[in-house]
Write a protein that binds this ligand. Structure first.
Ligand code: SF4
Ligand code: SF4
Length: 337
């Protein structure tokens, strides 16, 4: 017997969490764009989407975020640190690749400096993942050794029932156990079967990729120029990636007052590494594409022991020139050794 949440109890669940002080966020389809946003009831949720176009990352690391407000007068320089709202949140229906993305980024945001903006939101959030029942040709979680029902990064795991009436519910962390305890009267014991997870074929050999990238001889390979010819450096692949985390800090204002902001940046942009002198060490799109692949499958693993990719496939799904990471990783896999 397993505990299940029936769909007809979902609204009561949401109401119970709201009463306990949580905002509930879930996949929604609004204004031609799917993303995670606050919901009031189950019918607001778009749980049938294979994946939202925007990632859950947006809710932990916003595209732009004020850090400090400053004011300079003749007598003093005043500054006020701006912190994210102290709000408890439940994220319902997070796909395993997005939940894994959060876990992949945790060590980065706590490495040389603890990013309170990230961790305050992380500590105030409970992640309810939902196993996939469908995949498309772009999904590649199995290629990075995850799966359509991976619990990495989850506090609670939902497995959709084969009869479509609800979900099997399992706590994965202490935080998830506590959240389920708060709605235990709404859960039922049942032997209803979970729907099967989809078969996601491995699209490349990640071991071969890591081995080739680790060989310094390949850094200047003609391969990088050939494979990245189509890239227009739009940065969509980085902005839509659940694990890409680069940002820049800029002051917006004038001599007397303004706001210091943290803004997303992208290694795909020429300006990302442009020096004030005008020199750019990554002066071609091929060098910037190489950086993205090296960072995800070599440098990040060297520093934190994991690859910086959860296999969501968004970078390939959304690339305007039909490029993306899968093609490159497949080509590396198939290079003659
Ligand atoms: S790979 Fe595609 S999405 Fe990424 S920067 Fe190049 S053109 Fe844009
Ligand atoms: S690199 Fe591409 S497939 Fe990997 S997590 Fe980022 S968007 Fe998803």
């Amino acid at each position: 017997m397993t505990r299940i949440l029936l769909k007809n109890k979902l609204d009561d669940c949401i109401a119970a969490w709201q009463k306990a002080g949580y905002s509930v966020l879930a996949p929604v389809q609004r204004h031609d764009m799917s993303s995670f946003d606050e919901v009031q009831k189950g019918s607001d949720m778009a749980l049938d989407l294979i994946l939202t176009e925007r990632t859950i990352k947006d809710q932990f690391f916003p595209q732009t975020e004020p850090l400090i407000k400053y004011n300079i007068s003749k007598k003093e320089i005043a500054s006020e640190t701006m912190t994210p709202p102290d709000k408890k949140r439940v994220f319902f229906g997070v796909r395993p690749c997005d939940a894994s993305g959060l876990a992949i980024d945790d060590p980065l945001f706590g490495w040389d400096y603890k990013d309170d903006y990230w961790f305050k939101r992380r500590e105030n959030s409970v992640i309810i993942s939902i196993a996939c029942t469908e995949a498309d040709d772009f999904c590649m979680c199995t290629s990075v050794k995850l799966s359509p029902d991976s619990t990495k990064g989850a506090d609670v795991m939902l497995r959709p029932l084969a009869n479509g009436n609800g979900w099997q519910v399992d706590a994965v962390s202490d935080r998830g156990t506590a959240l389920l305890e708060s709605v235990s009267s709404l859960l039922e014991e049942s032997s209803d079967e979970a729907a099967p997870v989809p078969q996601v074929a491995e699209k490349f050999d990640v071991e071969k990729v890591m081995e080739w990238l680790g060989d310094k001889e390949n850094f200047e390979s003609q391969f990088w120029k050939d494979i990245s010819m189509r890239c227009i450096g739009c940065g969509s692949c980085t902005f839509l990636c659940p694990t890409c985390h680069c940002f820049d800090i800029q002051d917006e204002g004038d001599t007397y007052q303004g706001i210091r902001r943290k803004n997303w940046d992208s290694c795909s942009f020429a300006l990302f590494t442009m020096h004030t002198s005008g020199h750019n060490p990554r002066n071609a799109q091929s060098t910037r594409w190489r950086q993205r692949i090296m960072h995800k499958f070599n440098y990040y693993r060297g520093k934190f022991g994991v690859n910086s990719c959860s296999g969501c496939g968004r970078c390939t799904r959304q690339c305007p020139v039909d490029m993306g990471i899968t093609e490159t990783l497949q080509a590396i896999t198939n290079l003659p050794r």
